[in-house]
Design a protein around this ligand. Sequence first.
Ligand code: OOG
Ligand code: MG
Length: 252
Amino acid sequence: MNYNKVAERLDNAARYGQATAQISTEEKFSLEEAYAIQSISIGRRYQRGEKYLGLKMGFTSKAKMEQMGVHDMIWGRLTDQMKYEHGSEIIKKQFIHPRAEPEIAFRLSKDITDKVSVSEVMDYVDSVAVAIEIIDSRYLNFQFSLEDVIADNCSSAAFSIGEWKTDVDITETPMSLVVNDKILHKGNSNAILGNPLESLVAAIRLAVDNGESLQAGHVILAGAATPAVYISEGQVVAAHASGLGSVSLRVK
Ligand code: OOG
Ligand code: MG
């Protein structure tokens, strides 16, 4: 398999908002190869000047695994181009078939170079927030294998983070996804691997194992606690988490 070619194809699909066929139906490839392609594809974004902001975890809840028919944890990279301010506008036409999902975000207080345990991980976090993630698979009909979605940087497209808060326990936090003031999905942060801190620990382990840097200020999204919903023009899409408040985006 020509990794560079596949990476270019996925990067272009994201850049120009144009779906492409699944890679795995053309050629089988391994998880390791999928992460190699992701890394090259993200490298193209860095070449264009985008900055690495942190990591996102995927398929850390049953709700998400079942919705997408994929059953293993995945991780991808976040860049500054994906970041939207709370309350800002997101232009649907720039995406293919975007979906929104509610998440918990962690911000690191110090650089991390080694694995950490659940009991010590909060020593490395300065604050937590509610977030909306916009995922936009670059594959036709939002369908993919585990390898496909990893190569596609885990469908990462955009995210918005609410107010950063300190001293909020987020282990069992009711969360919801709200569109035009209507609650479409209710969930709980404990749906994320039983405790979102487990997702953070896993993200750190994966970053350390793969030589990905984690520094003070970097952000980690723990994965959605509920299924994702397709978004359309004119909507206000919000994520809410008890004790963390809300974050919203206007879809144009
Ligand atoms: C892959 C991304 C999964 C999550 O929070 O579980 C993800 C997808 O569903 O397209 O971001
Ligand atoms: Mg997500």
